[in-house]
Write a protein that binds this ligand. Structure first.
Ligand code: COA
Ligand code: AMP
Length: 631
C-alpha cells in the first residue's frame, strides 16, 4: 500500500482507520467507538475503552513468552555504566515500585512528579505510575528549583520520585537539594519522596518524608495493572508557552497507545525485537513517546543513553552505540548533528564503526537545515528523515512514512501530513492560501488519537491558546508553507517561543525573570540565530532611571538570575544594556525587528514605529558584541 492510499483511507473513514489501529493494543474492555465528538471543540478518542498502558508496554510481552527479550539497554558514556533489562526484569521492577507507591496511598488519578536523569529507573518510575493509574509528570533535569516548584504547584503531586543527581560532562548536579528547595517554594507539599541514590551522590533524606528507592521497594508486594478509562490521563508534560506559566499538556491513555503503535511500524519501520534508539531525554516529549512508551508498546528494545553527541568521550559516541547494539532506526535532534559535524567535518569517526544495522535516521525538535541533512546523508549513508511535531501532539504531524513507503526527500521539508492530521495553511484572516505561500500552519479538528485532550487545570487556556484564533482548527504556533506536491516546510514560530538546541523555551518566561531584577526597568528577550543550537536567547535590559551601578555587573547578575530561576537549559548567556527598546506607537516591543537586526538581515521600517532612531542604537550595540553582521 502506498502512503497516498493509507492517507486517503484514513480520510475517507477516520473511525474505521482508528478502530482498526486500536486492535494492536490489549484492552480490558475494547472501545465500541473511536471518536467522541459530543463536546466540540473538545474531542476524545476511545472514551468507552478500558485499558492500561503498563500492561501494554510490559506485561503483555512477558505473557506472550517474550520475557527474555531485552526491553531497555542502558549506556552511560558519562559514568561508564552499561546494563540491560529484559521485559521480565522490567515487569518485576515496575510492579514492585507500583506496589510500594500504592501501599503509600498513591492511586488512580493521583499525580507523581518524576525528576530524574537518563537512567532506566526513570522509565520504571513512569511505567509504575501508569500501572496503578497515577498520572506522571516528568520534569527535565536541566530546569532549576523554581521551575520545578511551578510544576509542583500546578500538578499537586502526592509524591515525587527523584534521583540523587544528574551527571553532565565535567560536573555532577545534585538533584535532591533542588527538590527540597522546590518543595519549600511551593505551597503544595507532596506527601513523600522516593530517591534513587546514585553512587556519585548520596542525597540526605528528610526523616519521615523521603525514602531511598532500594529500601522503598525492598519489601513491596508487586501491584497488578489497574484498568483505566481510555480518556484518563497517562501523564502531564509541561511545555513552554508565551508566559512564565508553563502549559501542562494532558495526554489521554488509549489514543496515545494506539497512535504510537501505528507510528512504530508506519513511520519508524520498527517491529517487536528490533532495536530503536532515540537520543533525547525523558524530560521531553520525544523521551516520553520514543524512549519510553512507543518502543516498549511495540515489544522492541529501547536505549537509555546518558551522554552527549560530542565530548562523551568524542564525536564517535553515537556511531559506537549504533554498532554495539545493532540499532535499526535512530532518532535525534539536528543540533546534535551540527555538534558532531563541527568536531568531525570529514566524518572520520563515522568510518570507524559498522553501521550496517542502521536503516533510517530521524530528525525532529527543530528545523532541520539542509546542510546538516546533506552531511548526515553523505556520511551515515541512510535516508535522513526530518519529521515535525510538538509536545502537544505526542507524535509526528508530518513525516516520511518509512515503514509504508519512503517518499522522495525534499531538503528543508518534513515531508507530508500523517493520517489523522489534515494540515492546512491559513492567512491571518483564517482563509486558506495558495500552495507555496507562507501562513499559519493549522490542523483541522478533530486532532487524531494521542494528541492532547486539554491543559491541566486550564481548559479555558487550552481553548484560548489553541482553538480560538482559527475556529474549527488547532493552531500549531508554527508558520510554514505547503508546496504544490503537498510537501510541508516549517519556517518559524508565530509566537514568542524559541527553540534552543531542540529545546522549546519561552522568551516571556525569561523576561519575567529579568524584570524581577531590582535595577531593570524594562526588558526584552529574543531568539538570535546560532550555528550550533539553532537559536540562542539574547536579553535587552533598560535600567531604572538614576541607577548608577556598573551595567556590566547588572548584566552578569541577570545571566545568573535566569540560570537560577529557569535553569542551565535556558542557555541564557548574552544580555546587553540599552537605553531604550524599539516600540510601536501603541507600546508593543518590536521583537521581530530586533531579531532581524541581531541576525544581520535586512528589515522594513514598520510604519507604526514610535522612534526609528532606536533601531540604529540597537544595531550599534549589537555590532559591538559581534552580532548584526551583514553578509
Ligand atoms: N541536568 C542539568 N543540567 C543540564 C541537563 C540536565 N539534564 N541537560 C543540560 N543541562 C545543562 C548543560 O550542562 C549546559 O550547562 P552549561 O551552561 O553549564 O554548559 C546547559 O544545560 C545547556 O545544555 P545543552 O543544551 O545540552 O547544551 P550543551 O552545550 O551542553 O550541548 C549539544 C550542546 C548540541 C551537544 C546538546 O544540546 C545536545 O545534545 N542536544 C540534543 C538535544 C536533544 O536531543 N533535544 C531533544 C529534543 S528532540
Ligand atoms: P516541542 O514541543 O518541544 O517538541 O517543540 C515543538 C516545536 O519545535 C514545533 O512547534 C516547531 O516550532 C519546532 N519543531 C519541531 N520539530 C520540527 C521540525 N522537524 N521542523 C521544524 N520545526 C520543528
Amino acid at each position: 500500500m502506498s502512503y497516498r492510499d493509507v492517507y486517503e483511507g484514513w480520510k475517507s473513514d477516520p473511525e474505521g482507520f482508528w478502530l482498526k489501529a486500536a486492535d494492536t493494543i490489549d484492552w480490558v474492555t475494547p472501545p465500541t467507538k473511536a471518536l467522541d465528538d459530543t463536546n466540540p471543540p473538545l474531542y476524545g478518542w476511545f472514551a468507552d475503552g478500558v485499558c492500561n498502558a503498563c500492561h501494554n508496554a510490559v506485561d503483555r510481552h512477558v505473557e506472550a513468552g517474550n520475557g527474555d527479550r531485552v526491553a531497555i539497554i542502558y549506556d552511560s558514556p558519562i559514568t561508564g555504566a552499561k546494563g540491560k533489562l529484559t521485559y521480565a526484569e522490567l515487569l518485576e521492577q515496575t510492579s514492585r515500585l507500583a506496589g510500594a507507591l500504592s501501599a503509600k496511598g498513591v492511586g488512580k488519578g493521583d499525580r507523581v512528579i518524576v525528576y530524574m536523569p537518563m537512567v532506566p529507573e526513570a522509565l520504571v518510575a513512569m511505567l509504575a505510575c501508569a500501572r496503578i493509574g497515577a498520572v506522571h509528570s516528568v520534569v527535565f533535569g536541566g530546569f532549576a528549583a523554581p521551575e520545578l516548584a511551578v510544576r509542583i504547584e500546578d500538578a499537586k503531586p502526592k509524591a515525587i520520585i527523584a534521583s540523587s543527581c544528574g551527571i553532565e560532562p565535567g560536573r555532577v548536579i545534585a538533584y535532591k537539594p533542588m527538590v527540597d528547595q522546590a518543595i519549600e517554594l511551593s505551597s503544595h507539599k507532596p506527601e513523600f519522596c522516593v530517591v534513587l541514590q546514585r553512587p556519585q551522590v548520596e542525597a540526605p533524606l528528610v526523616e519521615g518524608r523521603d525514602y531511598a528507592w532500594d529500601a522503598f521497594v525492598a519489601s513491596a508486594e508487586p501491584a497488578p495493572c489497574v484498568p483505566v478509562g481510555g480518556m484518563d490521563p497517562l501523564y502531564i508534560l509541561y511545555t513552554s508557552g508565551t508566559t512564565g506559566q508553563p502549559k501542562g499538556v494532558v495526554r489521554p491513555t488509549a489514543g496515545y497507545m494506539v497512535s504510537l503503535m501505528w507510528t512504530m511500524k508506519a513511520i519508524y519501520d520498527i517491529e517487536a525485537g528490533d532495536v530503536f534508539w532515540s537520543a533525547s531525554d525523558v524530560g521531553w516529549v520525544v523521551g516520553h513517546s520514543y524512549i519510553c512508551y512507543a518502543p516498549l508498546l511495540a515489544g522492541a528494545t529501547t536505549i537509555v543513553f546518558e551522554g552527549k553527541p560530542v565530548g562523551t568521550p568524542d564525536a564517535g559516541t553515537f556511531w559506537r552505540v549504533i554498532e554495539e547494539y545493532r540499532v535499526k532506526s535512530f532518532f535525534t535532534a539536528p543540533t546534535a548533528f551540527r555538534a558532531i559535524k563541527r568536531e568531525d567535518p570529514a566524518g572520520e569517526f563515522v568510518k570507524k564503526y559498522d553501521l550496517s544495522s542502521l536503516k533510517f535516521l530521524f530528525l525532529a525538535g527543530e528545523r532541520a537545515d539542509p546542510d546538516t541533512i546533506v552531511w548526515a546523508q553523505d556520511h551515515v549513508k541512510v535516508p535522513v528523515i526530518d519529521h515535525w511535531w510538538q509536545t502537544e501532539t505526542g507524535w509526528a504531524i508530518a513525516a516520511n512514512p518509512a515503514g509504508i513507503e519512503l517518499l522522495p526527500i525534499k531538503l528543508g521539508s518534513p515531508t507530508m501530513a500523517m493520517p489523522g492530521y489534515d494540515v492546512q495553511i491559513l492567512n491571518d484572516e483564517g482563509h486558506p492560501i495558495p500552495a507555496g505561500e507562507l501562513g499559519a500552519v493549522v490542523i483541522k479538528l478533530p486532532m487524531p488519537p494521542g494528541t492532547l485532550s486539554t491543559l491541566w487545570n486550564a481548559e479555558k487556556r487550552y481553548i484560548s491558546s489553541y482553538l480560538t484564533t482559527f475556529p474549527g482548527y488547532y493552531e500549531t504556533g508554527d508558520a510554514g508553507v505547503i508546496d504544490a506536491d503537498g510537501y510541508l516546510a516549517i519556517m518559524a514560530r508565530t509566537d514568542d517561543v524559541i527553540n534552543v538546541a531542540g529545546h522549546r523555551l519561552s522568551t516571556g518566561a525569561m523576561e519575567e525573570v529579568l524584570a524581577s531584577h531590582p535595577d531593570v526597568a524594562e526588558c526584552a528577550v529574543i531568539g538570535v540565530s546560532d550555528a550550533l543550537k539553532g537559536q540562542l536567547p539574547m536579553g535587552f535590559l533598560c535600567l531604572n532611571k538614576g541607577c548608577d551601578r556598573d551595567p556590566e555587573e547588572i548584566r552578569k547578575e541577570c545571566v545568573k538570575l535566569v540560570r537560577e530561576k529557569i535553569g542551565p537549559v535556558a542557555a541564557f548567556k548574552t544580555a546587553v544594556v540599552v537605553d531604550r527598546l524599539p516600540k510601536t506607537r501603541s507600546g508593543k516591543i518590536l521583537r521581530g525587528i530586533m531579531v532581524r537586526i541581531a541576525d544581520g538581515q535586512d528589515y522594513k521600517m514598520p510604519a507604526t514605529i514610535d522612534d526609528p532612531a532606536i533601531l540604529g542604537e540597537i544595531e550599534e550595540t549589537l555590532s559591538s558584541i559581534g552580532y548584526a553582521q551583514h553578509g
